[in-house]
Design a protein around this ligand. Structure first.
Ligand SMILES: Nc1ncnc2c1ncn2[C@@H]1O[C@H](COP(=O)(O)OP(=O)(O)OP(=O)(O)O)[C@@H](O)[C@H]1O
Length: 214
């Protein structure tokens, strides 16, 4: 089983405040990791650190067994990252947004945009500008990438925000399907997920005074 990411003895501080330390986990093919923890525990900071956006940390990060900092290009070539804001330009249509979002991954586009929008319940909205859509519909435009791109590792920061109950169930199904096909997912959410394979990493356990914090 391919081990994609490995986090060893990670310590992250912000503004000289320790968020967590001694964090260890691995993400392998077929796995879904749900990052949990109280507000401000460092879930987004951990994701930003994995993405190379927060260079100040202690510990080691590995991509396929090699130091992540040496393997950034390969990591990004295999990664689909959806941030906690949907990254949708309001002046563009749903279709134009997706054309723009998937452009860097040209060789990994496995579906067409109309089909992907239909999968997220936006058939007929292809040419509607996103400022005319609701918050949940904007989020769905971003989530259409999960149907459009053929990339094995997904990092999803609060992907359920603004999504209705039917959409949550559908997204859970998509995530489980991806894992069953050998994909791997890290996601943050406060939802109790209805997916069998979820491994939970609770950052509260790694804060000072937490289960693993000393
Ligand atoms: N832009 C910033 N500059 C400085 N410190 C920040 C910034 N954003 C967040 N922090 C600090 O970093 C800590 C971790 O924030 P982070 O966003 O990683 O937490 P989180 O677990 O994702 O929270 P939430 O559940 O509220 O989304 C917070 O306690 C906050 O004080």
């Amino acid at each position: 089983m391919t081990e994609y990411l490995s986090v060893k003895n990670l310590l992250i501080e912000r503004d000289d405040r320790l968020l967590f330390k001694d964090l260890n986990f691995t993400l392998s093919a077929g796995e879904v990791i749900q990052l949990v923890g109280r507000n401000g525990s460092g879930k987004t900071s951990l994701i930003r650190t994995l993405l190379g956006l927060m260079p100040d940390f202690e510990g080691d990060l590995f991509w396929k067994g090699k130091p992540l900092y040496q393997e950034r290009d390969d990591f990004f070539n295999h990664l689909l990252y959806l941030g906690h804001k949907p990254s949708i330009k309001s002046a563009l249509t749903a279709k134009e947004n997706l054309e723009w979002l998937v452009a860097p991954y040209e060789t990994s586009v496995s579906e067409n945009i109309e089909n992907a929008l239909a999968e997220v319940g936006l058939r007929g909205y292809e040419d509607v500008e996103c400022h005319s859509m609701s918050a949940g519909q904007n989020r769905r435009v971003a989530l259409a990438q999960l149907y459009l791109l053929n990339l094995p590792v997904w990092i999803l920061d609060e992907p359920f925000t603004a999504i209705d109950l039917a959409g949550v169930a559908q997204l859970e199904t998509r995530i489980a399907e991806h894992a069953a096909q050998g994909g791997a997912v890290i996601l943050t959410t406060h939802h109790v997920l209805d997916i069998d394979v979820v491994k939970r990493v609770n950052l509260d356990d790694f804060m000072p005074g937490g289960k693993h914090g000393r």
